[in-house]
Design a binder for this molecule. Structure first.
Ligand SMILES: *Cc1c(COP(=O)(O)O)cnc(C)c1O
Length: 437
């Protein structure tokens, strides 16, 4: 289980860091200084023999655990058959089956199609291509605190300058930003967030951009990198209805929230919205690179043959892994497990918050829960506290991630296969870390 046998980082990790510094550019920054040797079910063992409780799942990727048996068996069998044909040259069944499964599981009973890609950025980028092809309109509307990726278009759609955009412009045109209904920081109070944010959204779309120029509104149903911001209740519904009235396509970016993470297959379900297009990635491939756009058949079929795709998109090993992910979620009841983990996280964090005034907000759904740290009643972001908690946790065998526009959010994304004991032990270390501040 949790076992720290060296200083963190240990000597082997320090050695690898030195080699890395000479071989890998500085722009690739790791949040933890330890190098992995192996990992499974919420435990990561480093090259020095230290065992960490993993509360981050490699950023919401290993939702079914690291090396879930069905993922490994299916991927390994596929490696023995063939590793690649390129779906644009020769198709294969697993690709089609992943698409059929996503068409079935995503919200809405309308006719759907799915296209596969390698990364979340690529999925978002292609969702915009589909939306533009289907509507003949150029503009894309995104929100404050959004994160949609690091490619030119998706970096342009991402809100935060540092580190994602600074120095990397000029950015892609026709990207417009509107306020997010962020309950904790809404100026006139959380109870006004939904109505006022929607009024501003409508005003910008109708008077500044012109609804007839907007191809898509792209929104994360819970904002991930932005700090696990759950939009004020009803906000997404109003946005969805508005889009439907104006012929604007609603794209739910579920790259982080999708595939059972929030206790439903998709976070859109919690808000009762049926997006026109949904992007998935992170949890989809069980650790292998796989991403998807799933959407209304008429929208998806609007792009001409050859206009969409990629050499590696929908790799057969990754597709088999994804089929293993679906099987694992269903056979192990991981939707219910995500909700249970969410209850435990909420309860433990609420108890920790009772003893301090630096936790301003606890939010999220299912196994996607965060605590926002502040300096006190003034709600000033407390980035230093979060950095110190992460450092203490690492030194004591727990891996956690941060998030938020102000870097002051501690986020929890444990694998759904983590045991209660391991989760509670990990949160006990977080409690000690908070108590020290
Ligand atoms: C991580 C993420 C992306 C980008 O995915 P990559 O695979 O890193 O390109 C896009 N949207 C959301 C909501 C994400 O969390």
């Amino acid at each position: 289980m949790r076992r720290v046998v060296t200083a963190i980082p240990g000597p082997r990790s320090i050695e690898l860091a030195a080699r890395r510094a000479a071989a890998v550019p500085a722009g690739l920054a790791s949040s933890s200084p330890v190098y992995a040797d192996r990992a499974a079910d919420g435990v990561l063992v480093d090259v020095d023999g230290n065992s960490f409780i993993d509360l981050g799942s490699g950023i919401a990727v290993t939702t079914v655990g690291n090396g879930a048996p069905r993922v490994v068996e299916r991927a390994a069998a596929q490696l023995g058959r063939f590793t690649h044909t390129c779906f644009l040259v020769n198709g294969y069944e697993s690709y089609v089956e992943v698409c059929e499964t996503l068409n079935r599981l995503t919200p809405g009973s309308h006719a759907k199609r799915t296209a596969l890609f390698n990364t979340g950025s690529e999925a978002v980028e292609n969702a915009v291509k589909y939306a533009r092809a289907a509507t003949g309109r150029p503009a894309v509307v995104v929100f404050d605190h959004a994160f949609h990726g690091r490619s030119l278009l998706t970096m342009s759609m991402t809100a935060k300058n540092m580190p994602y955009k600074n120095g990397f412009g000029p950015f892609a045109p026709e990207v417009y930003r509107v306020p997010m209904a962020y309950p904790y920081r809404w100026p006139s109070g959380s109870e006004h967030a939904a109505a006022e944010a929607f009024a501003q959204f409508r005003l910008v779309v109708d008077t500044q951009i012109g609804a007839g120029s907007v191809a898509a509104v792209v929104v994360e149903p819970i904002q991930g990198e932005g700090g696990f911001i759950v939009p004020a209740p009803g906000f997404l519904r109003q946005v969805a209805d508005f889009c439907a009235e104006r012929g604007i396509l609603l794209v739910a970016d579920e790259v982080q929230t999708g595939i059972a993470r929030t206790g439903n297959w998709f976070a859109s379900e919690h808000e009762g919205i049926v997006p026109d297009l949904i992007t998935t990635a992170k949890g989809l491939g069980g650790g292998l690179p796989l991403a998807a756009v799933t959407g209304r058949a008429d929208v998806m079929d609007a792009a001409h043959a050859g206009g969409i795709g990629g050499t590696y998109s929908g790799n057969p090993v990754a597709c088999e892994a994804a089929l293993g992910v679906f099987e694992t979620i269903e056979s192990q009841g991981l939707l219910a497990r995500a909700r249970r983990i969410g209850e435990m996280l909420q309860a433990e964090l609420t108890a920790i918050a009772a003893d301090t005034n630096i936790i301003g907000d606890i939010r999220g759904r299912g196994a996607m829960i965060a605590a926002e740290f502040v300096t006190g009643a003034d709600k000033a972001p407390n980035r230093d506290a979060v950095a110190e908690i992460v450092r203490y946790a690492q030194a004591n065998g727990v891996l956690t991630l941060t998030a938020g526009t102000f870097g002051n959010v501690l986020r929890f994304l444990p694998p759904l296969t983590i045991s209660d004991d391991l989760l509670l032990e990990g949160l006990g270390v977080i409690r000690d870390a908070v108590a020290r501040i």
